[in-house]
Design a binder for this molecule. Structure first.
Ligand code: HSE
Length: 420
């Protein structure tokens, strides 16, 4: 028999305990051993958790319990779970965690501490979708060319509603929070940070890159307006918050931002709270993984998959391989990203303005691909919306600064990247 201790018996923790009990027959058949949730830890013992396991408010009752074989960490946060996971590993216990923030900051230290002891984290990225397993095992014959994913259900829900129903940002954020998908602090969702944690985890498996959130380009969906949505519709794009990892020569681009993507692409059709990740391997080609990125049972399903793998002895290096396996690969500076861009700016509606804009862009080697102009009611102004051909991020940033200095341009210039 294998005993499980759960740090954090909230929605996911309760699902883990309940699924282990309710699906015990199939889980035992697959793992080859009986797996039992023995105990759990909560902050507030007076709250009913809907589980029949023994509960304590002291994490050491699980981490130091000699009868516990596998510790499941579902607490959230970074430093406190780091100390507890470290202690559990030092006590010789295998660990399963769903904690993306913990891994975004400490995955390489934890891999070092774990050594040959299993430390698994399928539930940390895209919830119930077995995308970590796909990268660590299913695609292990491949060099990974790119990863592109909708990794935050809250943002995807909000964007879907804004695009399909014209819903307003604030109202729809409230709805997303009510669905229970949003982080305790929703700026983690709408600011792109949650997705960045997941992207960094995937990039470690794919490329062995030890980057932290501070090292990569992260933007959220806060500045998207119905004007952008109208442009996207007119020109056949969807807007998605994407996590993107892309190998370019000896460099890897890592970035999270709102992105215009062609409406006919598969990932553009992923709506609502669902997540999806597309991975391109050099041998397999394009593969895609779709499913629920959060939720009690879906996340618990991934946690239990890890438990079953550990019980089967089905491990391997935690991050797919040790750091630096892909020789010479380095993180590209965000200045060196090359992509297409969408710009939105308010301008004077008078002759010569367009020529001024295009010649300013031309000074940075940037040319326009598609354009739309919408008069602003009761003003002698217009909204100018356009996409550009490929250019370097640093050039685009400089061009935006120069555009902002023009007398004919008003207010802030909005920018979104376009991936085709
Ligand atoms: N806040 C996350 C989301 C939950 O909206 O997808 C899963 O990490």
């Amino acid at each position: 028999m294998v005993n499980i201790g759960i740090l954090g018996v909230g929605t996911v923790g309760a699902s883990v305990a309940n699924i282990l009990a309710e699906n015990a027959d199939i889980i035992e058949a697959r793992a080859g051993k009986k797996i039992v949730a023995k105990s759990g830890v909560v902050q507030n013992l007076s709250k009913d958790r809907g589980v029949s396991i023994q509960l304590s408010d002291n994490p050491l009752d699980v981490v130091d319990d000699p009868e516990i074989d596998i510790v499941v960490e579902l607490m959230g946060g970074v430093e406190k779970p780091y100390e507890l996971v470290k202690r559990a590993l030092e006590n010789g216990k295998a660990v399963v965690t769903a904690n993306k923030a913990l891994l975004a900051y400490h995955r390489y230290e934890l891999q070092e501490i774990a050594g040959d002891i299993p430390l698994m984290y399928e539930a940390s990225t895209a919830g119930g979708i077995p995308v970590i397993g796909a990268l660590r095992s299913g695609l292990s014959a491949n060099h990974i060319e790119s990863i592109q994913g909708i990794m935050n259900g809250t943002c995807n829900y909000m964007l879907t509603k804004m695009i399909n129903e014209g819903a307003q940002y604030d109202q729809i954020l409230k709805e997303a929070q009510e669905l229970g998908y949003a982080e305790a602090d929703p700026t983690f969702d709408v600011g792109g940070f949650d997705a960045s944690h997941k992207l960094l985890i995937l990039a470690s498996i794919a490329y062995g890159l030890d980057a932290k959130p501070e090292d990569i380009l992260i933007e959220g969906i806060e500045n998207i307006t119905q004007t952008d949505v109208a442009f996207a519709k007119e020109f056949g794009y969807e807007i998605k918050l994407l996590g993107i990892a892309k190998k370019v020569g000896n460099g890897v681009e890592l970035r999270v931002h709102a992105t215009m993507i062609p409406s006919e692409s598969m990932i553009a059709k992923v709506d609502g709270v669902m997540n999806a990740v597309t991975i391109v391997g050099d041998r397999v080609g394009e593969t895609m993984y779709y499913g629920p990125g959060a939720g009690g049972d879906a996340t618990a399903s991934a946690v239990i998959a890890d438990i079953v793998d550990i019980v089967r002895g089905n491990q391997g290096p935690m991050l797919g391989y040790k750091k630096g396996l892909e020789k010479g690969l380095k993180l590209l500076s965000s200045d060196d990203i090359v992509t297409q861009y969408y710009l939105r700016l308010d301008v004077n509606d008078q002759s010569g303005v367009l020529a001024t804009i295009t010649s300013t862009l031309g000074n940075f080697g940037i040319s326009i691909e598609e354009m739309l102009q919408k008069p602003i009611e009761n003003e002698e102004k217009a909204k100018l919306l356009f996409t550009t051909h490929h250019c370097k991020e640093s050039k685009m940033q400089e061009a935006i600064k120069e555009l902002g200095k023009l007398d004919v341009v008003y207010g802030d210039i909005a920018m979104m990247r376009v991936e085709k």
